[in-house]
Design a protein around this ligand. Sequence first.
Ligand SMILES: Nc1ncnc2c1ncn2[C@@H]1O[C@H](COP(=O)(O)OP(=O)(O)OP(=O)(O)O)[C@@H](O)[C@H]1O
Length: 216
Amino acid sequence: MQIQLNHLMPIPLQDKLRQRSSDIWNREVTFQQGSFVKIKAPSGTGKTTLIHYLYHIRYDYTGQVAVNGQPWPSYSKNDIARMRQQEVSVIFQDLRLFEQLTARENIILKNVMQGKPYYPPEKIADMAARLNVSHILEQSGKTLSYGERQRIAIIRALVQPFQCLLMDEPFSHLDEENTQRAAALIAEECKARNAGFILTDLDNDQHFAYDVHYHL
Ligand SMILES: Nc1ncnc2c1ncn2[C@@H]1O[C@H](COP(=O)(O)OP(=O)(O)OP(=O)(O)O)[C@@H](O)[C@H]1O
């Protein structure tokens, strides 16, 4: 999956962003299939906005986001749904777990809706053990701590096919050990699919062997 930005600018932030230089906003940028991409930016400069544009759930921009050569708006609703099932996965900054479902139900919800599991239960158990969340899998979403939710959201994003994984500050509430464990799992799952990712964060980090760094 290749994503190209063609002079992308958020309409609500145009005045603010014109006053600072950026590698992303109002530029021509190509995110190559399989690349590990880091986008660093201070708070409030549009990381979440960018991730929402890339996942095509927000559209208040000028310019273009093209996926595999075609702008997002040219795809049908069915195409977009299929691409979110097969080609692009996401870890939102606000996580978006269903509070009334258990952690396990949140993880497998997309598989259940599609009628088939992507991974067998043992693989999900293995991922949960690696991220130290085995003991909370049957707890309801509303009782989980933010760090636990973050690890459940990470596992949920990894139990589907994808060519590109979008991640918005995915380790913001994890300690160093759990961050390292989560990053290792994400890197493995990307390599297993020949997939890449686009990760936004506030600071520099060494969690991955990034192919490209950008400043937002
Ligand atoms: N729908 C919107 N309409 C107008 N302004 C918005 C909208 N959404 C976000 N903003 C503003 O755009 C700016 C960027 O927001 P965004 O959440 O993308 O930043 P961020 O870099 O992810 O921030 P943080 O690091 O704090 O999570 C903020 O000043 C925010 O108030």
